[in-house]
Design a protein around this ligand. Structure first.
Ligand code: CAA
Length: 256
């Protein structure tokens, strides 16, 4: 039960920590189920404005639990239907910041890619080593990585299984920021604080439109953006934000 921990370090900010150090934070069914529960729960919680997802100081997560699947049959894997557990994360409408120290490998890299921002420590390493195990990534690695960094950089990682460092990951667009290893959580908290103070309806629309828009034709995506833009004029926070600007005072957003 303590393999994934949930806390509220500050009002509006939830912190999820994977805490299975002895197995390098490998994602077994219990860890995945608990992550899904927490993300589902936080998604519904009106008090939560931003979620930080982190691991340990040496390993963010070393991927799916290899011991739990080494002897599994194809049908076992199919029946486990772990994509349902991942869906709780992808369906989460709140902004998610992955605070990554150490290794984010396989499902760990895929988990980080489910976040909206990735803050990496300078020694962090990202990789999709599944090919070395005789499989391929099964939780979005071939798709989200390619969308994030482009075909040729993704192919290099996927076909060799070699991890890359934080600076290279930043250069290719896989992470949002690289900071000192001991600054990762602090920086994630600062960003979460900044996001938590902004109007949550507009924040949710940014997330929804960016994610939905990247997989549909541009004209349809622009239409989605227009509609979200228009709808936000029904929110009290839009009136407050613009009036505060004109009246030269700080806005007081209420989330309505
Ligand atoms: N699954 C299960 N157990 C794991 C694990 C994993 N992914 N990663 C590490 N462990 C276990 C080890 O088996 C070991 O257990 P024992 O103490 O019982 O022997 C313990 O964690 C410590 O591991 P190491 O001794 O290897 O620790 P290290 O610090 O020397 O190395 C590591 C760390 C580089 C992460 C190395 O453990 C490693 O390469 N792990 C596997 C990474 C990997 O291949 N991930 C992809 C998994 S497949 C996947 O993720 C599919 C998908 O798309 C969803």
């Amino acid at each position: 039960m303590n393999e994934v921990l949930l806390s509220t370090p500050e009002a509006g900010i939830a912190l999820i920590r994977i805490n299975r150090e002895e197995a390098r934070n490998a994602l077994n069914d219990a860890v995945r189920a608990r992550l899904a529960d927490f993300f589902g729960q936080l998604s519904e919680d009106k008090e939560v404005r931003c979620i930080i997802l982190t691991g340990g100081s040496r390993v963010f997560a070393a991927g799916a639990d290899i011991k739990a699947m080494a002897e599994a049959s194809a049908i076992d894997i199919m029946l486990r239907a772990t994509h349902r557990l991942w869906q709780a994360i992808t369906a989460c409408g709140k902004p998610i910041i992955a605070a990554v120290n150490g290794l984010a490998l396989g499902g760990g890299c895929e988990l980080a890619m489910n976040a909206d921002l990735i803050i990496a420590g300078e020694s962090a390493r990202f990789g999709q080593p599944e090919i070395k195990l005789g499989i391929i990534p099964g939780a979005g690695g071939t798709q989200r990585l390619t969308r994030a960094v482009g075909k040729f950089k993704a192919m290099k990682m996927l076909l060799t299984g070699q991890p890359i460092g934080a600076a290279e990951a930043f250069g290719m667009g896989l992470v949002s920021e690289v900071v000192g290893d001991d600054q990762v959580l602090e920086r994630a908290m600062a960003l979460a604080r900044e996001i938590a103070a902004l109007p949550p309806l507009a924040i949710a629309q940014v997330k929804e439109v960016v994610l939905a828009g990247q997989d549909i034709p541009l004209e349809a995506a622009l239409m989605l953006e227009r509609k979200a833009f228009q709808i936000l004029f029904a929110s009290a926070d839009q009136k407050e934000g613009m009036r505060a600007f004109i009246e030269k005072r700080p806005p007081e957003f209420k989330g309505i």
